[in-house]
Design a protein around this ligand. Sequence first.
Ligand SMILES: *Cc1c(COP(=O)(O)O)cnc(C)c1O
Length: 376
Amino acid sequence: MPSASNPATPSHLFRQEVLALHAYHVPPAAGLVKLDAMENPYPLPPHLREEIARLVADTAINRYPDPEARSLKEKIRAVTGLAEDTQVLVGNGSDEIIQLLALALARPGATLLSVDPSFVMYRMIATFTGMRYVGVPLTENFDLDLPATLDAIRHHQPALVFLAYPNNPSGNLFDAEAVTKIIMAAPGLVVVDEAYYAFARSSFIPVLSQHPNLLVMRTFSKLGMAGLRLGFLAGHRMWLEQLEKLRLPYNTGVLAQGVAEKLLQHHDVLLQQAAQIKRDRTWLYERLVGTADVRPYQSEANFILFRAMHANAVFAGLKQRGILIKNLNGAHPLLADCLRVTVGTREENERFVVALQESLHVAQASSGGNQPLSSV
Ligand SMILES: *Cc1c(COP(=O)(O)O)cnc(C)c1O
């Protein structure tokens, strides 16, 4: 036990789950072309920036924000096209909503189930909220393994299932029928995480009312508001009422609420940027298809996952050339040799493609030749 001569240390005091965690690592990006975090690369048009400046100047920052974010929620309902019977909960980023759900459902022995590889926060938050985490492996093309997922649901009876749609880090949309079967088989809540909805062809928002245990989560981070930290959860009042009790009353600040509301009034601006990103995604995908020793995966998000020969060396080579992407090699067996690049501006993408080709070339020359690209 700690005492005056034997002072307290974290290992005396902290929960084992916390001690065992590795902090979510965000690498420094100063001076680099930042293509690692699925941010929208475009600034806002000048007229909108001026409107925001006025709005910020007029905001009463001495007052607490509206704890229910009523005005922002109305805008969210309008741009999302939510049905009357659907409720909205607003979070400080959707990460906070994942945490809220896990905190609420972490009864002793409760399980959070997702698929692997997927968004790392599902596992991390399950761990520190004391939930058991079950990750069902995807197929080698990152599709749902429906029989294995249904088996795992039967066996583990998860209180909470997370499915990222499109998935991160693979970028694909899972088969919607398979997702529906999972929703219908799950004994608990199923959250479809639509962080990349602005870049995808399909959504579960239209079928929310058909599935009482379905919740759809979205964030505005990937649409161009990563710095504001705003996400929301949509679903049946019965669930959201309980979650509201856990939400800290002022979880979203007055500036975030006000600026997000303003941006949603100009949703078209953000959607046009998203449309440009989708066109550039196609351009980038084609360049990657045409690059020797690289195999890209088709994406419905604002990033592309690809396998590259000598992935670690290529990642380092890109960084040396001023470009930061995400190295996923080693993060999961299915991600051997995988790198993930966010779609940037046309100029950033062009710089990336050139730097990638140089890095591949150097990596090969210094390794003395090619090994076959991992086939997993
Ligand atoms: C980026 C991301 C989030 C988190 O978004 P924030 O709202 O910025 O916290 C959630 N889910 C997935 C799948 C993501 O990729």
